[in-house]
Design a protein around this ligand. Structure first.
Ligand SMILES: *Cc1c(COP(=O)(O)O)cnc(C)c1O
Length: 460
């Protein structure tokens, strides 16, 4: 008998969220200059801005908060976390940091210098930022299928092996300090990387003596996709898959705000003692002593438990099926969404949803605003506003895709919430032909304008 799945947890504490009316939200979003980042949280009913640090901790994690060891040096909570990281990832050397980008800052201070090139699948924004800040550059070697929303590929986060090998082979300046593979590939929409692919990447890296680093924020969700989609691993446990996956790499940076199931935290884990020793110096400078790295003892304890809970199949199954449930409902309603569904988010394709709104009036942003006004749902624009202006011509850059990302926090919303979200989007989709005008910018920052941009509605 094939039993249906259900959440392997029940609720012990609830947090009320505030319903509001369409009229109120029209007023609030106007006051926020039509920028969803400007809304205070009580004005949002369902918050899908990000899945980063927005999940719910378990009773066991909260219990760890009470027994956290706040000793400056040699904290027991640090030891608990270090042992857990070793058991789950296999890496010997471990440094806590306050979040993922801090792990990048510390590790890249050791490994990246001016003129370097760092190949990988699509690099995450902060990863790219920390590389480019050091006057080095990234080389995107993601497979072509990742950039086509209509073709199905089970592992759209995969690295194009030929492209990678060409880069590593033609490396006359010896300026490739490492290869970085992001799992799941956030910039490609939460798409996974297969075990077969990481194995091949590892083989090529070894051939050319270049270390392989994993940007591991969603490593557990990635392992779930390997179990479900890669035949050889269907009998393996998530923990076995995770351990094998990391065995092909030399180190990792982690944003624990994702698959660490905590609200704040990060770390670096490595095999190489030399790199670790150099990294400790930067960790002490930027983050704190090596046994806390910007984290409270209690936070390290909660993270140790979170890593164990995130690498359990039943949890991952409800997590990823909840995201897919929302996606499937939308597909049934005929709403254009990116497929296959990512592990942590559903992406609405605004080019197909509201082609009637001119691109220079920010159609994805217009759709995100409509979602807020109609349903109190806060998503985020991944389109022209996010793409910023060209630094030389100062013209808007129009990316191929105009998306609205609906990121689903972990263990936070119910299936009923997903139904509600899908119904709201269905309503908006039914009246989409009436959407003709979008927004114009009245104030913007020179870079990363999406956080602070001010917009006005075009009515003429
Ligand atoms: C979130 C994230 C980071 C940065 O981590 P923070 O904890 O937000 O600093 C790096 N890489 C990936 C893939 C991420 O998703």
């Amino acid at each position: 008998m094939n039993l249906p799945y259900a959440e392997p947890y029940k609720t012990k504490m609830v947090e009320y969220i505030k319903p509001s009316t369409i009229e109120e939200r029209k007023q609030w979003i106007k006051e926020a200059d039509y920028n969803l980042f400007n809304l205070t949280s009580e004005k949002v009913f369902i918050d899908l801005l990000t899945d980063s640090g927005t999940g719910a901790m378990s009773d066991k994690q909260w219990a760890e908060m009470m027994v956290g060891d706040e000793s400056y040096a040699g904290s027991q909570s640090f030891l608990k976390l270090k042992e857990t990281v070793k058991r789950i990832t296999g890496f010997d050397y471990f440094l806590p940091t306050h979040q993922g980008r801090a792990a990048e800052n510390v590790l890249f201070s050791v490994l990246v210098k001016e003129g370097d090139v760092i190949p990988g699948n699509s690099h995450f924004d902060t990863t790219k930022g920390h590389i480019e800040f050091r006057k080095a550059s990234t080389l995107d070697c993601t497979i072509d299928e990742a950039f086509n929303t209509t073709v199905y590929h089970p592992f759209k986060g995969n690295v194009n092996i030929e492209k990678l090998e060409t880069a590593l082979k033609n490396n006359p300046k010896n300026n490739i300090p490492f290869v970085i593979v992001t799992v799941t590939c956030n910039s490609a929409g939460g798409q996974p990387v297969s075990m077969q692919n990481i194995k091949e990447v590892s083989k090529i890296c070894k051939k050319y003596h270049i270390p392989l680093i994993i940007d591991a924020a969603r490593f557990a969700e990635n392992a779930y996709f390997i179990k479900i989609r890669e035949d050889r691993y269907k009998e393996a446990t998530i923990k076995e898959i995770v351990k094998e996956f990391f065995s092909y790499a030399d180190g990792m940076t982690m944003s624990a705000k994702k698959d660490g199931l905590v609200n704040m935290g990060g770390f670096i884990a490595l095999n190489d003692e030399e790199v670790y020793k150099k990294a400790t110096v930067y960790n002490i400078m930027f983050e704190g002593f090596i046994t806390y790295g910007g984290l409270n003892g209690r936070d390290m304890g909660a993270l140790a438990v979170g890593l164990d809970e995130a690498t359990e199949f039943d949890y991952l199954e409800t997590r990823i099926k909840q995201v897919a449930y929302l996606g499937t409902q939308l597909v049934e309603f005929g709403v254009p969404v990116q497929q296959p569904f990512g592990g942590h988010a559903i992406f609405l394709d605004a080019n197909k949803f509201v082609p009637t709104i001119p691109r220079d009036e920010f159609r994805a942003q217009a759709l995100a605003i409509e979602l807020y006004i109609v349903g109190g749902i806060r998503g985020v624009e991944i389109g022209t506003i996010l793409a910023d202006r060209d630094p030389f011509t100062h013209k808007n850059r129009y990316p191929e895709l105009e998306l609205v990302r609906l990121a689903i926090p972990r263990r936070t919303y119910s299936l009923n919430h997903m139904k509600y979200i899908a119904s709201v989007i269905k309503e908006i989709y039914a009246t989409r032909s009436e959407a003709k005008r979008g927004y114009r910018i009245i104030e913007e920052a020179p870079i990363m304008r999406h956080f602070t941009v001010k917009l006005e509605k075009i009515t003429d």
